[in-house]
Design a protein around this ligand. Structure first.
Ligand code: UD1
Ligand code: UDP
Length: 375
């Protein structure tokens, strides 16, 4: 039974739910917590996945405690009724932590998809670094996207049940991005792709709330004001905290297109494929954009995804206004600097992560071969 609740988990778990369903030896169940409601439903629609169980927990401005406690309470009934032989959780959200803890309370084995990412800073990203460490303590199978992630777990003394699978986000991307894609959001068909430098922006992290988010918004405004050749496209997250910051600091800025609705995943992926540059604090975009050959500036102080930084397509630009502006303007104005970053790399996967995970699960239950690691 796959358990997930937020947009990025859904984007990365839907292809796995479908892969598992395609295996005759497996009954693939899907339990959503709906920690995100609209943003989750949009992904389920894009991938055509219908949950078997829906906890429907989301409330406006929910706290970490309410998410965790509502997930835990709701999961009891889901597990008692559906009786899964294994529970799969993804990544590091509060749904992930509560899903794994609930599985443990019911003594159901846990497979952790996207295991082994670390910053080693307890409060950043917050609460994700602690969520994923706690899930590591509970899990039985670890589906690590990269060798680096596996090595993190080995250093923590976790030596059993480790698989290097690649990240399922690349599997997902392979189903959505097409050269001849026509956007259903008409405005996106009309963007001046050839004439202007389209900069795709997202921002939502809890540790960026307050001063860092203010700095980020002011930096975006300055970038747009000082370069007539850019166009910032910013699909705004539904979090009221983020929306207030956008309203306060970006209202009326020239060349910024804050979109009040988040984009469906297929629209977002294809927009990324046609953009010039990505400015973000998101985890998923740090994996997707390099695969599409798009440079990324990460508006955070650290990253748990060093692979694309090492490959040269991602740079950390921090959360200080001047730093973000300086680094973005360099990539906008200096074509050599841009060219050095704009090459497609695939450190996060080859599009076959779901197959490896399904094979690993079957192997765990004594069926089939252990899958070879993603290199
Ligand atoms: C959550 C995850 C974060 C992940 C992010 C992806 C936790 C603690 N945080 O953060 O790890 O990177 O999702 O986006 O698990 N809202 C809606 N509709 C939606 C979604 C959100 O209205 O479809 C609003 C609600 O008011 C909600 C708020 O956004 O209370 C915040 O959602 P929440 O899941 O608590 O935090 P995120 O910042 O989305
Ligand atoms: N995304 C989307 N629509 C949007 C913004 C993002 O489909 O309007 C996708 C994005 O392509 C990536 C995922 O959502 O696959 C990232 O989710 P988010 O930034 O919410 O969370 P994070 O990855 O930081 O956990």
């Amino acid at each position: 039974m796959s358990v997930f609740g937020t947009r990025p988990e859904a984007i990365k778990m839907c292809p796995l739910v479908k892969e598992l369903a395609s295996r005759p030896e497996i009954e693939s169940l899907c339990c959503v917590t709906a920690q995100h409601r609209q943003m989750l439903d949009s992904v389920l629609e894009v991938f055509g996945v219908k949950p078997d169980w829906d906890l429907d927990i989301m409330t406006p401005r929910q706290t970490l405690s309410t998410i965790t406690s509502k997930c835990l309470t709701g999961m009891d009934e889901a597990i008692d009724t559906l009786k899964p032989d294994m529970i799969l959780v993804h990544g590091d959200t509060s749904t992930t932590f509560a899903g794994a803890l609930s599985a443990f309370y019911h003594q159901v084995p846990v497979g952790h998809v996207e295991a082994g990412l670390r910053t080693y800073d307890k409060y950043s990203p917050f609460p994700e670094e602690m969520n994923r460490k706690l899930v590591s303590a509970i899990a039985d199978l670890y589906f690590c996207p990269t060798v680096n992630n596996k090595n993190n777990l080995l250093r923590e003394g976790i030596t059993e049940g480790l698989f290097v699978t690649g990240n399922t986000v690349i599997d997902s991307l392979k189903t959505t991005v097409r050269a001849d894609y026509h956007f259903s959001t008409e405005e996106l068909n009309k963007l001046p792709y050839g004439e202007k430098k389209i900069i795709l922006v997202t921002c939502h992290r809890r540790e960026n709330y307050g001063e860092p988010m203010r700095n980020i918004m002011l930096a975006l405004r300055q970038i747009a004001e000082e370069d007539p050749e850019v166009e910032l496209v910013y699909p705004v997250h539904l979090s009221p905290v983020v929306r207030e910051a956008v309203d306060t600091y970006l209202r009326g800025a020239p060349r910024v297109r804050p979109r009040s609705d988040p984009l469906p995943a297929d629209e977002m992926h294809n927009l990324m494929a046609r953009s010039y540059l990505v400015l973000t604090d998101s985890g998923g975009l740090q994996e997707e954009a390099p695969a599409l050959g798009k440079p990324v500036l990460v508006m955070r102080r650290e990253t748990e995804r060093p692979e694309a930084v090492d490959a040269g397509t991602v740079k950390l630009c921090g959360v200080v206004q001047d730093d973000i502006v300086t680094m973005a303007q360099r990539l906008i104005r200096d074509q050599e600097a841009y060219g050095r970053m704009a090459h497609a790399v695939n450190p996060y996967g080859d599009g076959h992560a779901c197959r490896r995970i399904a094979d690993a699960i079957l192997w765990h239950f004594g069926r089939g071969q252990r899958p070879a690691d993603f290199q």
